[in-house]
Design a protein around this ligand. Structure first.
Ligand SMILES: O=C(O)CCC(=O)C(=O)O
Ligand SMILES: [Fe+2]
Length: 351
């Protein structure tokens, strides 16, 4: 397996500011686990984001199958109409893309519960490729879902335990979540649309409304995260073997504000006219399961008073896609929806 190639050479400002943690070969109890947990937790608490070196989850073979074959077959090998007819695209107020720039061509296809229920992937592939259902495509999406879901659970566990949550609370929390893989193509902007730096905004600044997102980029970068301290935008380079782990608003509620949701955007480069692929694994509360989202008990104490009132996650999601939620997109919709009045020293309160 490629090991750490280019880590030193492609380091940008981002990796000086946001943790980049090597998780290769680590299991709970192995040497290095406690240090990795501390580094992951501290980057998440400061930025809501951490870069993971995780070739075990996305090795070279799977990366090639995903970005070299599955995504090109889906996005370039099928006529747009066939994809539209298949119902593969996510559309509608709750399934749409937050913050998409209207002028930018973006195709995105979700695969809900791909790891637990590979049949849903096969159903969709059967509609896209009626002849044989493209079994290699299905295997690739399911392998990505399984590997990255396992990694995601381990990293969420690291952060929650790193903050002081008990093992049983973490297990209950993880069991309450569903997941989806989402594959996306951003069309390359024309030279005219791209600004001075040869890049164009493709996805407006936003925080994800769900729990967590793991993002795999490939060759063409474009993801940028905002430094909470000074508002600077930090590009995240698409280094092979790395995945970006970020917190969404639901994670902020669960951690009682100890982990901020990460503000991010996508700017795609015009160079080469290749377009940009990204693949994400998103986690959220399971629909039909426990509807109320609340801070973990262990993460609320005198030093950390309750920051967010318990709220229904589906109602929050609907709010985020409402006109008001969209208007607040680049501000703090979570606080507007369920922010608690925090007792300040001296008795005054702050909303
Ligand atoms: O494509 C990416 O790198 C990020 C996409 C994103 O921010 C999202 O899907 O919410
Ligand atoms: Fe996002």
């Amino acid at each position: 397996m490629g090991s750490g190639n280019g880590e030193a050479t492609t380091t940008t400002k981002l990796t000086e500011e946001i943790g980049k943690v090597d998780l290769r070969g680590l299991e709970p109890g192995t040497p290095g686990w406690a240090e990795a947990r501390a580094a992951v937790t501290s980057s998440m608490a400061a930025h809501g984001c951490v870069v993971l070196v995780a070739h075990d989850a996305l090795d070279e073979k799977l990366r090639r199958a995903l970005f070299g074959r599955a995504l090109p077959e889906l996005f370039f090998g099928l006529p747009f109409d066939a994809k539209k007819r298949s119902g593969a695209f996510s559309n509608g107020p709750h399934r749409g893309y937050v913050g998409q720039v209207p002028a930018v061509a973006l195709e995105t296809v979700p695969f809900p519960d791909a790891a637990d229920d590979p049949g849903t992937v096969r159903d969709l592939a059967g509609r896209l490729w009626p002849d044989d259902g493209n079994p290699d495509f299905c295997d690739t999406i399911v392998a990505f879902a399984k590997n990255v879901l396992e990694l995601e659970g381990a990293v969420e566990r690291m952060v929650l335990e790193g903050l002081g949550a008990r093992e049983e609370s973490v297990a209950k929390h993880l069991a309450s979540q569903s997941h989806a893989v989402r594959v996306t193509l951003y069309g390359a902007p024309g030279e005219d649309d791209a600004g001075g730096g040869g890049v164009a905004l493709a996805l407006h600044a936003h925080r994800d409304e769900h729990m967590t997102t793991v993002i795999a980029q490939h060759e063409v970068g474009g993801l940028e995260v905002q430094d909470i301290r000074d508002g600077r935008w930090l590009p995240v380079p698409p280094e092979p073997g790395t995945l970006v782990f970020m917190a969404g608003d639901q994670f902020t509620v669960v951690t009682n504000g100890r982990v901020p949701a990460c503000m991010h955007r996508v700017r795609t480069p015009a160079a080469g006219g290749r377009g940009r692929f990204s693949v994400q694994l998103c986690r959220r509360r399971r629909e039909g399961g426990e509807p109320v989202l609340r801070a973990m008990d262990e993460l609320v104490d005198e030093e950390h008073p309750l920051m967010y009132n318990p709220c229904n996650h589906e109602e929050y999601r609907a709010f985020r896609y409402s006109e008001e939620g969209q208007r607040l997109r680049e501000r703090d919709p979570l606080k507007a929806f369920c922010g608690a009045a925090v007792e300040k020293l001296g008795g005054s309160t702050e909303e």
